[in-house]
Ligand binder design. Structure first.
Ligand SMILES: [Zn+2]
Length: 126
């Protein structure tokens, strides 16, 4: 019980930091370093407590320098094609140059949305 509450608090803090990073960056584009600091703190907490971050959050953070990736502000977004069928969305961080490629697949199902993941989550408390 106690550990569950602690995790909840940590998640709230992660959420707060993530929103704060968005907030300072939208107020002023020069707040990039502050936003990076928030995201860095967010990642540190998540790593220390081994919390799984939502993919939607993970995709907007730079793996290398922890920048918040916002298309046109801190990152460039390009469509790349491997062959006629496979296309990628490539996000490139403007502060460190690290890029991440996401496969464009409309049928892709995230692990958390799969029934197996739900079963795994249900098993854990018992
Ligand atoms: Zn970066």
């Amino acid at each position: 019980m106690a550990s569950q509450l602690k995790d909840k608090e940590a998640y709230q803090r992660l959420n707060y930091l993530y929103q704060a990073a968005h907030c300072v960056l939208s107020q002023n584009g020069e707040n990039e370093k502050l936003a990076r600091f928030y995201c860095f703190t967010q990642r540190t907490i998540a790593r220390r407590l081994v919390l799984r971050q939502d993919p939607s959050v993970k995709r907007t953070l730079c793996k290398k320098c922890c920048s918040l990736l916002i298309p046109g502000v801190t990152a460039t977004v390009r469509q790349r094609r491997k062959n006629s069928k496979t296309r990628f969305t490539v996000m490139r961080c403007l502060s460190c140059g690290q890029s991440k490629a996401l496969l464009n697949n409309p049928d892709h199902c995230l692990w958390v949305d799969r029934p197996e993941a739900q079963m795994e989550q249900r098993k854990q408390p018992g």
